[in-house]
Design a protein. Structure first.
Ligand SMILES: [Zn+2]
Length: 205
């Protein structure tokens, strides 16, 4: 009997330790996050950029909102926080990304199927994204474009493929996107390999 008890309590202890470890991992999650090199891959062809059209947001709040509209889960693959619900510039990978599922963000079947949906939290019709969001987006574009060989011409605003103002008039292609894209053009190949084989040389500009 006491052997059984010991077994029971050691089981309880193990579960508690795992729960604490999980919690700590969430709290100390690095930001902006990097794409997981071991995640299962789909053959993504596009990147579609959106804004949340509201000041407050995160994967959790978007999931709630989208589920209330009858969609399964958060419609996007990646959410970039603005300091309202998650720290400024935080990159959240949603369940659709983790499980490499179709998005529900584009309003066009092909783009939902082949496009990575990135949502920038904020109303970019009223003001620009934060500097931290801009940096996070640039880093993401570099990584995603390199990993899936997505050309700059296939990095699109939602308004490029649908009748919508999304991602807002302050998201101008001539500033944030082209800046991100031009840094991608220079650093695309090094972005992903850097993680596994760090170079000791400083990258030349
Ligand atoms: Zn959109």
């Amino acid at each position: 009997m006491s052997a059984l008890k010991t077994l029971f309590w050691s089981g309880v202890a193990a579960v508690a330790i795992m729960a604490v470890a999980l919690l700590l991992r969430q709290v100390s999650a690095p930001r902006p996050a990097s794409i997981d090199p071991d995640a299962p891959d789909r053959s993504w062809r596009y990147i579609i950029i959106h804004h949340s059209a509201g000041w407050y947001g995160s994967d959790a709040s978007l999931r709630k909102m989208h589920e209330s509209r009858g969609w399964a889960d958060d419609a996007y693959h990646i959410v970039i926080g603005n300091g309202s619900a998650t720290p400024d510039g935080t990159v959240e990978f949603t369940r659709r990304w983790r499980e490499q599922l179709d998005g529900a963000h584009a309003g066009v079947r092909e783009y939902n199927h082949r496009g990575i949906g990135i949502c920038i939290v904020g109303d970019l019709d009223k003001g620009p994204m934060t500097a931290a969001q801009s940096r996070a987006l640039e880093k993401l574009l570099v990584q995603l474009q390199a990993r899936y060989a997505i050309p700059t011409s296939s990095v699109l605003r939602h308004s490029d493929i649908s009748r919508t103002r999304c991602p807002g008039r302050y998201f101008s292609r001539s500033t944030s996107l082209s800046k991100a894209v031009s840094s991608t053009a220079n650093g695309a190949q090094t972005a992903v390999t850097k993680r596994t084989t760090p170079s000791r040389r400083k990258a030349s500009r």
